[in-house]
Design a protein around this ligand. Structure first.
Ligand code: HMG
Length: 390
């Protein structure tokens, strides 16, 4: 049975910072951020967007009533969730009007979470081919003002519908994964920013890629020639390129040229959004699928997922006939184009805004947030969500 991505969408907040301006404000040569790191813009979440609303906004645009009827599982992957106990999936389940006869839960393993969710979903569909699973990957990446990781922040969500006979991409069976207990990046529960050993994290990202890619080749006899493109988790756009280049000499010139050209297409969305953590690999996939109009049904796409801490996985998918009809390329172009630029002072102010933690009530103004689904306030420690269309 073919199982895979039936629908996929992303959502980002409407605010961004220009990396040239951030560099100047941090006394850094702008080329370090734009060329050395490879980021042009960074999405910034206003206080009216959290991981729940970002995910709900990503999903609301793609689900039909028929999908809603078939979804019996909602898996929410995040490392910047809003509650240690209640799953963000439950809020989204309500905001989307999904049926009660469904499981809804949250999972976590840094940026690997959405991949774990997709593989779980695949197993579920194999047992229940008539059902559909909604996978959400949603995060707000925070390292802190003036930190070395600041340039690699971002915010956004992906919504992925996994089903039998998918319209966009099947997920092939061989999948290779690797886990090691390392401290390259982590966020203790008392901290709202991540701790990171930047250089070590870069090394591990690459060495995990080489490990899972090597094992994948051994298990499948595939080579670089079998892949039209390889999509990477993109904490910043230079990162995946370094990993790709570390294995490129295995291929012929034609493989190298094709994979580098498609890497370039796959980084276009991340370059102007930043690290959206667990959704990041799928933002790269969307960038490739929507911006490379030469892909054909039957093309094989490799996917490298990496979540600090750390788990890495390499797997592959096959593009399905007519896949372009089910993508939202024009909507995404508009979403990216219509964002509002923040000055560095405005960004710093937004970054430091917090919700009350003493139980007092706060009503947020949602008029300036163009998103359909917003956080409208908090009362007695309970977040108040609004879908403007209901
Ligand atoms: P840094 O120390 O500020 O930067 O940290 P650097 O000194 O290493 O410079 C970066 C690059 O800019 C270098 O290029 C410089 O040469 C170049 P490279 O040698 O790497 O190719 N450069 C310039 N280029 C052009 N013109 C110039 C110029 N100056 C310098 N004038 C770092 C960078 C990414 C480490 C930091 O921002 C950081 O710690 N970020 C967060 C961690 C991270 O993103 N790690 C990635 C792998 S781990 C991962 O992906 C998981 C993650 O998503 C979390 C999760 O799983 O949940 C992070």
């Amino acid at each position: 049975m073919k199982i895979g991505i039936d629908k996929i969408n992303f959502f980002i907040p409407h605010l961004y910072v220009d990396m040239n301006k951030l560099a100047l404000a941090r006394n850094v040569e702008p080329a370090k951020f734009t060329i050395g790191i490879g980021q042009e813009k960074m999405a910034v979440a206003p206080i009216t967007q959290d991981t729940v609303t970002l995910a709900a906004n990503a999903a609301v645009e793609i689900l039909t009533d028929e999908d809603k009827e078939k979804i019996d599982t909602v898996i929410f992957a995040t490392e910047s969730g809003i509650d240690h106990s209640k799953a963000a999936a439950i809020y989204v389940h309500r905001l989307l009007g999904l049926k009660h006869h469904a499981r809804a839960f949250e999972i976590k393993e840094a940026c690997y979470g959405a991949t774990a969710a997709i593989q779980l979903a695949k197993g579920h569909i194999a047992l229940h081919p008539d059902s559909k699973v909604l996978v959400l990957g949603s995060d707000i990446s925070r390292y802190g003002l003036h930190s070395s990781g600041e340039v690699t922040q971002g915010a956004g969500a992906v919504a992925i519908l996994i089903s039998a006979n998918p319209k966009i991409m099947t997920i092939e069976e061989p999948s290779v994964f690797h886990t090691e207990d390392i401290m390259d990046f982590w966020r203790p529960i008392y901290s709202d920013v991540a701790y990171v050993d930047g250089k070590f994290s870069n090394e591990k990202y690459i060495s995990f890629f080489q490990t899972v890619w090597g094992q994948f080749k051994a298990e499948t006899d595939m080579t670089l020639a079998d892949f039209e493109a390889i999509c990477f988790h993109m904490p910043y756009t230079k990162m995946g390129l370094k990993a790709l280049k570390s294995v490129l000499d295995e291929g012929y010139n034609s493989d190298q040229e094709r994979l580098l050209a498609n890497y370039d297409v796959s980084k276009q969305y991340s370059k102007v959004v930043g690290n959206i953590y667990t959704g990041s690999l799928y933002l790269s996939l969307l960038s490739l699928l929507e911006l490379n109009t030469d892909l054909d049904a039957g093309d094989r796409i490799g996917l490298y997922s990496y979540g600090s801490g750390a788990v890495g996985e390499f797997f592959s998918g096959i593009i399905q006939p007519g896949y372009r009809d089910f993508l939202q390329a024009e909507k995404h172009e508009k979403l990216l184009k219509e964002r509002k630029e923040l000055s560095i002072e405005e960004y710093e102010k937004i970054f430091q805004e917090t919700l009350p933690t003493d139980g007092s009530a706060l009503t947020l103004s949602i008029d300036e947030d163009p998103a359909d689904i917003c956080l409208a306030g908090i009362d007695r420690h309970m977040r108040q969500y609004i879908n403007k269309n209901l």
